[in-house]
Design a binder for this molecule. Sequence first.
Ligand SMILES: [Zn+2]
Length: 456
Amino acid sequence: MSGLRIPGGLVGVFALLAAIGMTPAVLPAAQAQQESAILFRNVRIFDGKNSALSAPSNVLVRNHRIEKISAAAITVDAQVIEGGERVLMPGLIDAHWHAMLVRPTPATAIAGDVGYNNLLAAAEATDTLMRGFTTVRDMGGPTFGLKRAIDEDLVVGPRIYPSGAIITITSGHGDFRQLSDLPRTIGGMLSRMEKIGGSMIADSPDEVRVRAREQLMQGASQVKLTAGGGVASPFSPLDVATFTEPELRAAVEAATNWGTYVATHAYTPVAIQRSIAAGARCIEHAHLMDDTTARLMAEKGIWLSTQPFLDLTAANALGPAEQDKMRQVVAGTDRVYALAKKYGIKTAFGTDVLFSKALADRQGAMLVNLTRWYTPAEALIMATSTNAELMSLSGLRNPYPGKLGVVEEGALADLLLVDGNPIDNIKLVEDPARNFMVIMKGGKVYKNLLVSETRR
Ligand SMILES: [Zn+2]
């Protein structure tokens, strides 16, 4: 950064970029960013790790990081936000999100206008941030453009850890073709979902390798494959195992070479166990897993990224066959959390909202659902520091290096000021419009309902 402040150096960078045919779209905005200092005065801190709140404290945010936390007064030239002993906590993280698939109908997502779908996703991204979710791990969909626009502050939204296209097999979860689209010309036409980068169909280790590397080339922070059947796909029964172990391993090798990992969508023991054997580091869903598989996950330190589905609302936008599959998943929810707790599996919280604005509005309520198995503090810790730990599994491909999900000195300043104590009353997160007084991401205030700001 400091190099960019030297005019000669900047000209040099532009000249270099021009010489290789790139437009330096990001640089002027980054350079123009003003120094900022914001002081949260008199707040009690939920730090994302401990269930006890701090004593009344002061938190200084300089630029995009938390610079200082102190019970003593901090005297500095800064914009002051009077906390009034409200609770300051880390921004929430959703470990299983689909930024491009929340708002459209299935038909619009697949066959709709790409420009419209992007604008729809941008509107949803703003709402996502306004629900207090400052980071999402996107588990499939063409989000690279949206992520860039958010990072450049053209669009208001959360940090996105993108997977890019879901990689699937013919007839697997993520193959949204109709039977009339068959047979596929080998080496020929791409389906509509492939053309827009929503999902890629790969039927050999070599094809998997190409598709995985294409996602990494576009900036994927992790690679997502569907190792078993899924709810929302027309031709994948829930019970099937899809990729072979060598196919899964091809993706794992590509991701490992790139410094990151593979996450697989898998409900059943066979799909989960095959994923683990191939080297996947994170299992999405796992609602139908058994005792042996749970023990294996714990032993190998494999992440479980699952969702507290308690009813069929998540399937409302789907047809009867899909609703039947959803019923099996919902029935497995109690079991997956019981096994996660029994074996101490590293467990992340996500919502996996698809095709429903109404459901997205309940993103915070889904977090509250976790209290069926966890204390409110445990649920909040999972959605902040634990989820952040999963984000950092992206290692060298982490798009946001720095600490997320905690309130501590040096961490990235993604913060919520809550009107009340969410540890005592976790239901506060169900109504973010009313209860989240301040929403900050990267040190920038995106919402502030407090009027008592002054400059000292
Ligand atoms: Zn999903």
